[in-house]
Design a binder for this molecule. Structure first.
Ligand code: NAD
Length: 509
């Protein structure tokens, strides 16, 4: 099923090599990438050393000096061509994402579609990078603000969105006039190589200077080089809260800029006025999609006591129909976890649930047999718990859905929902206008994303994406998230024959 794609991947990676022209230097140890789908070796890739990183930085610095001079709409044109290439490569890249990361082929295609969508968004944006004109208090003065590129943007990304997160950052950063260096997850290097190759081809065809987009492969040590490096103006880091805290500490110490996209602990509130049909699809997809490995995965379901048993029964029934297996087979709903460490975390979480007094409502465990030879397939879990259990307060990156009961008013449910350290995505299922508006108000959800009658996962690129509290506070993608990739400059121009001072200050000599 995947043979053709693997051949194409080999051609891509062979051509990419370690040549300077492609801005990927790799003289370090070998990194092996195994597919969580069938446990097979996808390939070996050389990682980047510190010396390789230094070379990349030099290329990036030089490239920035030229790239920033290209008018923004012309930079947008390069992104348009990149989007066209992605359209051609959608099936290939979608399958590769599915095979290396383990999400369903449909979700792999969805990820590539997000890349295409952000290209379209960035093309329009390249003609809209505008600041405000402000009326000066001084006569014959003009004041305005404008946005300039920052320089080198370092992108550190997680395994679970191995291509889209890079594209969100890269497309915006590039149209804003920056150059980018990408440190992908060490768990999905081939997705990164394929993306880099596709963009590198477009840049080459347009005779763009080398170093506009670069790749460094390796583990957290390469990520640390980026976060320590004063030459990297902005570090956009996506991953666990643990990683975000480390990166933030280092970048803040050198007063660099960060965009942090970290862990979530997302909840859906189900009120007595909810449409339970909508609720069921949204919750099941939100909880088991990508095998619970989305930052926006639905982890907690906060249900009113009057409908608790009904919702519980509907969910338990729905889970009986879920098919687990090869994610490239469209008949399956749930694929594997990324690796056996993730399986270990799943099993530990089940122990914790039991220890803390939770009630597991469905059959759990790791699947065995020839169809599950990677040992990464687990059964999705529903557990009845209390919100203050230690395990419920944590993000376990696996398909575990916690059922929590609330009593009385919707404000009680909102309080439970907000009572975690993370603040990424949230939703309410209700047809009651008051409940919906309360949920969206300043006394409602404290998350970066708050939805009504939609689940917690599956954001559109047009909106700003990100979350509060331990989720890091960064925003990527749509709306005015581009401003984080630029520096603002306020300009005042005096075209009078006098020098009037601001605030009416007199200074005569
Ligand atoms: P991870 O934190 O283990 O790794 C993420 C990336 O950070 C990897 O490239 C890794 O090599 C690098 N890294 C780790 N420690 C580092 C350090 N000290 N300095 C520099 N780089 C370092 O995360 P993961 O397991 O790949 O991904 C899962 C996590 O990512 C989950 O917590 C999930 O919620 C989160 N995530 C968040 C978003 C979001 O937008 N909020 C999106 C996707 C994933």
């Amino acid at each position: 099923m995947i043979e053709r794609e693997l051949k194409e991947l080999k051609i891509l990676t062979d051509n990419l090599g370690t040549s300077a022209g492609e801005n990927w230097f790799a003289n370090g140890n070998e990194l092996l990438s195994h597919s969580p789908v069938d446990g097979k070796l996808i390939g070996k890739v050389k990682t980047s050393t510190k010396a390789d990183y230094e070379k990349v930085i030099k290329f990036s610095e030089d490239a920035f000096k030229e790239w920033r001079l290209l008018p923004a709409p012309k930079r947008g044109e390069i992104i348009r061509q990149f989007g066209e290439k992605l359209r051609e490569k959608k099936e290939f890249l979608g399958k590769l994402v599915s095979y290396e990361m383990g999400k369903s082929y449909q979700e792999g295609l969805g990820e590539v579609q997000e890349m295409i969508d952000i290209c379209d968004f960035a093309i329009g944006l390249s003609r809209q990078l505008y600041g405000a004109t402000i009326h000066s208090e001084r006569p014959m003065h003009r004041m305005y603000d404008q946005y300039h590129p920052l320089g080198i943007v370092g992108i550190i990304s997680a395994f679970n969105f191995p291509v889209a997160v890079w594209a969100w950052n890269t497309c915006l950063a590039l149209v804003c006039g920056n150059v980018v260096i990408w440190k992908p997850s060490e768990k999905t290097p081939f997705c990164a190589i394929a993306c880099q190759k596709i963009l590198a081809e477009v840049l080459k065809q347009n005779n763009i200077v080398e170093g506009v987009s670069s790749l460094v492969i390796g583990d957290k040590e390469i990520g640390e080089l980026i976060s320590h490096d004063k030459k990297v103006a902005l570090v956009s880091a996506t991953g666990s809260t643990r990683m975000g805290i480390e990166v933030n500490k280092v970048v803040a110490a050198r007063l660099g800029k960060t965009i942090l996209e970290l862990g979530g602990n997302n909840a859906i509130i189900v009120t007595p006025d909810a449409d339970l049909k909508i609720m069921l699809t949204a919750v099941v997809f939100g909880a088991v999609g990508t095998a619970g490995q989305r930052c926006t995965t639905t982890r907690r379901l906060i249900v009113h006591e009057s409908i608790f048993d009904k919702v519980k029964d509907a969910l338990v029934n729905a889970y009986k129909q879920i098919k687990i297996g090869n994610p490239l087979d469209s008949a399956n709903h749930v694929g594997p976890l990324i690796d056996t460490d993730a399986v270990e975390s799943y099993l530990l979480a089940l122990d914790e649930i039991n220890k803390e007094g939770g009630k597991i409502l469905v059959e759990t465990g790791v699947l065995e047999g020839k169809d599950y030879s990677s040992n990464c397939y687990v059964k999705p879990v529903i557990a009845e718990v209390e919100n203050d259990y230690k395990i419920v307060q944590k993000e376990t990156f696996a398909p575990i859905l916690y059922l929590i009961k609330y009593k009385g008013d919707v404000m009680n449910a909102i309080e439970i929902q907000n009572n975690v350290k993370q603040g990424l995505s949230s939703a309410i299922m209700t047809n009651n206008l008051r409940e919906a508006e309360l949920f969206l108000s300043q006394q409602g959800s404290d998350c970066g994303i708050a939805n009504v009658n939609i689940g917690t996962s599956g954001a559109e690129i047009g909106g700003a994406f990100g979350g509060e509290k331990e989720t890091g506070g960064g925003r990527e993608s749509g709306s005015d998230a581009w401003k984080a990739y630029m520096r603002r400059q306020t300009n005042t121009i005096n075209y009078s024959t006098d020098v009037p001072l601001a605030q009416g200050i007199k200074f005569n000599f």
